[in-house]
Design a binder for this molecule. Structure first.
Ligand code: PRX
Length: 646
């Protein structure tokens, strides 16, 4: 490799300058990152291997939803995630893979092996005509080959678009077509607890409607019978056997696309969030090392699926660029029993464990004997992400998993932010249960009041915005910059609007209170109510639907659908079942409504807008004070809805 440009540091020389060990360090670095962001991020970015140094650190204009980082810099992220570790870490385990079935053998993949596999997959993709800039859809279970596939795309400059393997063929079609993918990488099937799910068959169905896809590569995982279409479908094992283990990395511009990842919005189709190479690499690495205070040789486990941003940033790119050992788990927390997570922690001697409040709440319901059966003393740090964590779950996690001595790192961030934004720093930030605490260096939050003014004091509540760019922020929505601007930069001009509400207490600590738009978070998965509504409307008996979230013991939020049918349903339960299946088919099982109430009308204003506030109250079971209903077209509808509440 020929490294030119900014300083080339030897492996393990991650800069002392930006390492935070004390709260004083944090305050000083935070201050510096605000006063001179360019110098601050330049120092952080100097920790990496660049083929060519950047000419300018930052250009931005939030009025036009624009930000560019490390302009003119050239790199390949895989040289930073793999190659640069080889002189010192070739034999260190990069990836520990824990299969769905505990009886199957775990796999330990060293950095050397990771290098070879990623190169082979890169060559396999090149042999099938994939080149820099092409979009490749990845629809796979949580197996090491999924990691290879992402990194191989990055190595040859192709743009990966991972679609969570729980999505239906319809969702796959939308995502493939929106970004015009040329290839789909998938597997015959996936294991999920004691179930087997056919993935290739879902891809086959999708591809009937995806004209841009020329080829698929199919990994054999479940030995499920699949139909292979000649000239289009190729077996991974056949193709990989022809590929060499040397795959020169494509030189990428810092602002070239690294990946697209779809996230639900409050309206319309999912948004393809675009992340670019340089800033994303710098930021995921920095935030991973800082928030978790990752120490060399520690074993780190993030339980997310790579189908979501958490898996991209904190199973793959952040940890691997930091030379960490990262665990990838194929299974689910409840199979073969509710002790599976704790078993895996014991088995792989996990030091840092990062999961979602939903998982904690469901495991909390199981007898403690499932926890006590395992040795968890290797744990040093715990993390949580995806939704607000409630007080009870926080304490249960602290007491029973952390045994009272592991800080809980409550990381607030989003698909759009690429990496952690507001989070404690392990053993540095004093914790407060349910608070994401303080912004990381470089992050400038601002709370806005109802009139759109920033509230600068402490002890306030409002809408959370960010007023200065950070390196991993999404650059656009693929193919629709106007929507990007409208969604994130128009509510509060000149600021990035997160869609979240938050409080800042007297100590300046942030507590995220949840979405303030029509996005609901079910089991940590973001879903647009509009998407679920249009799926329900596909049922021939349904005339109109309104979906809201309601508090759910385990999932955080559940899906509550108010449905108007053309004719009063005779068999309500049967229709409910059909509607659920319809949603599972169109979006995926995660979006199935928990409650379906049949109504004859919806509370609408005279201008025809559904007053969701009222529906939310009904769904929450709080009908005592529905606020002002005088502007409703037909106030009587509310009494009927209240009376029929589930
Ligand atoms: O509402 C916030 C919630 O999850 C949303 C982002 O979802 P997504 O893009 O799917 O990314 C999830 C993983 C980063 C946010 O707008 N959220 C995320 N983390 C937290 C959270 N809410 C409260 N506390 C958190 N730690």
């Amino acid at each position: 490799m020929n490294f030119i440009g900014s300083k080339y540091l030897k492996e393990n020389d991650q800069k002392s300058m930006n390492i935070i060990k004390t709260f004083d360090d944090y305050q000083q670095q935070y201050q510096r990152s605000i006063e001179n962001p360019e110098a601050f991020w330049s120092d952080v970015a100097n920790d990496f291997v660049w083929r060519k140094g950047w000419e300018k650190v930052l250009e931005w204009d939030f009025h036009n939803a624009a930000a560019k980082w490390f302009i003119g810099g050239k790199l390949n992220i895989t040289e930073n995630c793999i190659d640069r570790h080889l002189p010192t870490r070739a034999n260190q385990t990069a990836l520990i893979w824990e299969p769905n079935d505990p009886k199957e053998t775990s796999r330990y993949i060293t950095y050397q092996e990771l290098f070879e596999r990623v190169c082979q997959v890169g060559n396999m993709l090149r042999a099938h005509g994939i080149k820099k800039g092409d979009r490749v859809c990845i629809y796979m279970p949580m197996v090491p080959e999924l990691t290879y596939a992402l990194l191989a795309c990055a190595r040859i400059g192709a743009v990966h678009s991972v679609v969570f393997a729980g999505f239906s063929s319809g969702s796959l079609v939308d995502r493939i077509n929106d970004s015009g993918c040329r290839m789909v990488i998938t597997s015959d099937g996936a294991y999920r607890g004691d179930k087997k799910i056919g993935l290739k068959s879902i891809v086959d169905e999708a591809l009937l409607k995806c004209p841009t896809v020329e080829k698929t590569i199919v990994l054999e995982r479940t030995q499920t019978r699949v139909v292979m279409k000649p000239e289009r479908d190729f077996w991974w094992h056949d193709e990989i056997s022809k590929a060499s283990t040397n795959c020169p990395a494509e030189e990428m511009d810092a602002e070239d696309l690294l990946f697209i990842l779809y996230t639900s919005g409050s309206t319309g189709k999912p948004k393809g969030m675009v992340h670019t190479c340089g800033g994303y690499m710098v930021y995921t690495n920095y935030t991973f090392r800082t928030a978790f205070q990752y120490q060399d040789k520690q074993v780190y486990w993030c339980t997310a699926d790579v189908g979501w941003i958490t898996g991209h940033s904190y199973i793959i790119y952040g940890p691997l660029s930091a030379g960490a050992t990262t665990v990838m788990f194929e299974g689910i927390p409840s199979w073969p029993d509710m002790g599976r997570f704790w078993h895996v922690i014991e088995k792989h001697r996990v030091n840092i464990f990062y999961t979602a409040p939903t998982a904690i709440r469901s495991l909390e319901k199981a007898p403690l004997s499932f926890v006590d059966a395992y040795e968890l003393s290797t744990l040093k740090i715990l993390g949580t992400v995806g939704e607000p964590i409630n007080e009870e779950a926080w304490h249960w996690y602290d007491r029973n998993i952390g045994k009272g001595h592991c800080p809980i790192i409550d990381t607030w961030w989003q698909t759009e932010t690429g990496g952690f934004m507001i989070t404690p720093i392990a053993n540095v930030t004093k914790l407060k249960p349910t608070f994401a605490t303080l912004p990381l260096p470089g992050v400038q939050p601002a709370i806005m009041d109802e009139r759109g003014n920033e509230v600068t004091e402490n002890g306030v509540e409002g809408r959370l915005t960010i007023k200065f760019p950070w390196p991993a922020m999404a650059r656009t929505i693929y193919g629709d910059h106007q929507r990007f601007r409208d969604t994130y930069f128009s509510t509060f001009p000149g600021k990035y609007f997160t869609g979240d509400g938050c409080k800042r207490d007297e100590d300046g600590y942030y507590r995220i209170t949840g979405r303030v738009d029509d996005v609901i978070i079910v089991s940590g998965h973001n879903m647009g109510t509009a998407e679920i509504e249009s799926a329900i409307d596909e049922h021939s008996a349904v005339c109109e639907t309104a979906v809201v979230g309601y508090p759910h013991d385990i999932k955080g939020q559940g899906v509550y659908a108010f449905v108007i049918c053309y004719d009063k349903p005779h068999e309500e339960d049967k229709l409910r079942q059909e509607i659920r299946e319809m949603v599972a088919k169109i979006i995926g099982p995660i979006a199935k409504p928990d409650k379906i109430q049949f109504v004859s009308g919806l509370p609408k204003t005279r201008s025809g807008k559904i007053m969701r506030r009222i529906l939310r109250k009904v769904a929450e079971g709080d009908v005592s004070n529905l606020g002002d209903t005088t502007t409703l077209l037909d106030p009587a509808v509310v009494d009927e809805i209240k009376a029929g509440a589930l």
